[in-house]
Design a protein around this ligand. Structure first.
Ligand SMILES: [Zn+2]
Ligand SMILES: [Zn+2]
Length: 154
């Protein structure tokens, strides 16, 4: 998947003004402005962001109904932390670990910590395994007679 899939047509980026067909200039945060008549256009991200700005209490189904952006895209925008829902909002995501409502990202704070700890543990375990492998290899070399043995007896 290229960068275009993530940030380009993925959000149904408008390219030309529907009034005068002039090209649009990107103004940031999913907003585009017609070079000629100044009409404002939004891509999917812009639509969702704007709707959330005006409707802090909206949930994903409502955002979808009002903006026409599909629910998966909305969820992805929230997950990718490009959008954050307000504390009092009913627009929530659920933690992948415990199902608790979260405001952005994949995990709630405690699960994020657990997740980090588990990752650290796996890393340490891997290092241990590597060390064991090394000991195993050295041990084998010592067991083997001949050159191997002489080398270690020295
Ligand atoms: Zn225009
Ligand atoms: Zn959690």
């Amino acid at each position: 998947m290229g960068i275009e899939d993530l940030f380009g047509d993925h959000y149904h980026k408008p390219t030309n003004c529907d009034e005068c067909a002039a090209p649009l200039d990107f103004k940031g945060l999913g907003t585009y402005k017609c070079r000629k008549c100044g009409k404002i256009f939004y891509d999917d991200f812009g639509k969702v962001r704007k709707y959330l700005d005006e409707h802090h209490q909206a949930n994903i189904a409502q955002i979808h109904a009002e903006t026409g952006v599909d629910e998966d895209s909305i969820r992805r925008m929230l997950k990718e932390e490009r959008l954050e829902v307000t504390k009092e909002s009913k627009t929530y995501l659920t933690c992948e670990g415990c199902g608790k409502p979260i405001r952005y990202g994949l995990f709630c704070e405690s699960c994020a910590k657990l997740h980090e700890a588990a990752k650290e543990k796996r890393k340490k375990e891997k290092q241990m395994m590597d060390k064991k492998d090394l000991i195993h290899v050295l041990g084998k070399a010592m067991e083997e007679g001949g050159d191997g043995k002489r080398r270690f007896d020295r």
